[in-house]
Ligand binder design. Sequence first.
Ligand code: BES
Ligand code: MN
Ligand code: ZN
Length: 491
Amino acid sequence: MPLTLSLAQSAPNALETSLLVIALAPDEPLSAALAELDAQQLGGVIGRTIARRDFRGGRDEQLHVSGAERGVLRVLLVGVGKPADRAVALRRAASVAARFANKIGVSDLTFVAADADARAVENVAVGLDMGAWKYTDMQTQPPNGDRRATLERATILASDTTAEGLLAGEALAHGYAIARRLAMMPGNVCTPDTFVETANDLAARHGLRVTVLGRAEMEREGMGSFLCVAQATPEDPKLITIEYRGAADNVKPVGLVGKGLCFDTGGISIKPAERMEWMKFDMCGAAGVMGAMEAIARMNLPVNVVGVIGATTNMPSGTAVKPGDVVRASTGKTIEIINTDAEGRLVLADCLAWIRRYEPTAVIDAATLTGAIVISLGHNAVGVFGSDAGLVQEVLAAGKRASEPGWELPLWDEYREQIKSDVADIKNTGGRAAGSITAGWFLREFTDGYPWVHLDVAGTAYSESDLVALPKGPTGTPTGTFVEFVRGRVR
Ligand code: BES
Ligand code: MN
Ligand code: ZN
């Protein structure tokens, strides 16, 4: 359940809160209002704490101080460091604070940061909601008495109390929550049908149009690339198109495409058993499309957006596609399968070809595509590839604003050599060297007719260890990049 968020004018004197969170940069003094509250209600403890330099405002720094018997019950100082972008830093500080609130078991907090404009409020709202997020659908809850409270309500103190920032933050937070929930759901619970149900739910709530192709329809479309990945699973694969219309009918849409592998065993080129369970997250690109459609619809953005999700499960069986097999994509291109574990690009090939019929002005796809991107960029940057330099810059800027920074890798012609096949037009892997780039090149083969950018989120869409701001599991990436990109097109 998402947090209930509200805004209030900064008048902390009359404040009643279980936890007052004060976000501070290094050497930032308390505001006059907070200093007064400190003196009147808390005996000056915050001022002394800062004067003694017990708390210095560094990034992720946290200091918990006990408060008064009534009014402000507890205080948490959170550091924002010296950031290039203050709103991005506040989002992180807000997540840290919400996680802390859940840890000690308070159900409401008040967050205050100096000079919070609409964009800062938006980021704090998103950060609070994301830090408080938990996936408990599959766990039996302990009896009420034994359980710590969870954070349910948060108030953001801001000088500017226009609703704009809060509404945008709530819209984004809902999008992120949908993406993270889908991602966290186990592979036997989140199936291609789950994506269809989620899309239909979005459609019902926001008046979107949904089109679904199953195995039979994809066969009719000649989508041999997508279908070969799905030929060993009894689950019906789904190619889902979601259309949001916020602008006039004659305005061409932007396209968002997501890899939705509900589970990736590798198929006949099977993955090692160790840590294979993490491959339930191989649908984070698709989850990001779903989350972005939710946020965009909630924001009522005046643009047209078409989202495409390719959902299936990569399994080994007697009917599975084998290394050496040749398949034909819907564009007519033939593909030699070298490794059945390079399945995401096969699914996306037919999705990228499909979206062309919507005449998009630009297409961004996101996929947990390669382990190699984790080797190149680790867990702190999205791999960005594209056929259009301007669009690449646009997406890089969007990722920065969204706290999901990316880094461009080259799609030079020379790399194209690595996916030439002896028997077919192309092959689905290009060897170990530059594995993320050759995967990007493979996708590019199916992007005729529109400017295109590919996001490899294999290192950033989920975390296998606890982070400071978020628990291990899905981070929500690439939801925010998609949304910021679309918002950027409106401005
Ligand atoms: N889903 C994986 C990529 C992946 C790896 C995502 C690690 C998240 C974490 C993808 O389908 C895959 O298996 N890629 C192969 C490609 C190879 C066979 C060319 C890989 O990265 O090993
Ligand atoms: Mn794979
Ligand atoms: Zn995969």
